[in-house]
Design a protein around this ligand. Sequence first.
Ligand SMILES: C[S@@+](CC[C@H](N)C(=O)[O-])C[C@H]1O[C@@H](n2cnc3c(N)ncnc32)[C@H](O)[C@@H]1O
Length: 133
Amino acid sequence: MWRPSRELEKIRRDWEERFREDPTLSSDIGMRFGKPDQHVIDFIEGNKINPYKHKRILDLGCGNGRNSLWLVKNGFEVYGIDFSKSAIDFCKEHVKGAKFIVGYAQQLPFKDEFFDVVIDAGTIHVNPPSERE
Ligand SMILES: C[S@@+](CC[C@H](N)C(=O)[O-])C[C@H]1O[C@@H](n2cnc3c(N)ncnc32)[C@H](O)[C@@H]1O
């Protein structure tokens, strides 16, 4: 059975603390709530991903849900997962119409091929190399 390494647990605690202090990440120009990631928008639009063909999307490491919110507004069925409980609590309150769960990217509680699309906006690259596969 997979278990997080100590290094990954430290990373989780650091994110948890950050979201507990301010889940909007208002001081972070790159990740603040209310401002979706332009790379996500470009990826969706550039690959002609649309809710008629690719309905169900996983926002892996969704943080405060800023990208999930944009995806919901654009008609997708959105699931978000993040290992920060404070982030997920914020998402549940502020991003209506999506489903959110606390969990690890390394141990997804979904059946294979449940999603049409998975987006990872800055998530796996903050993990130790040994936990990126
Ligand atoms: C750089 S932030 C990006 C957040 C969000 N994708 C965005 O664009 O605003 C990385 C996020 O991934 C989450 N995260 C990192 N590693 C994770 C893992 N192994 N499992 C679940 N969540 C993880 C963190 O809690 C944090 O919310």
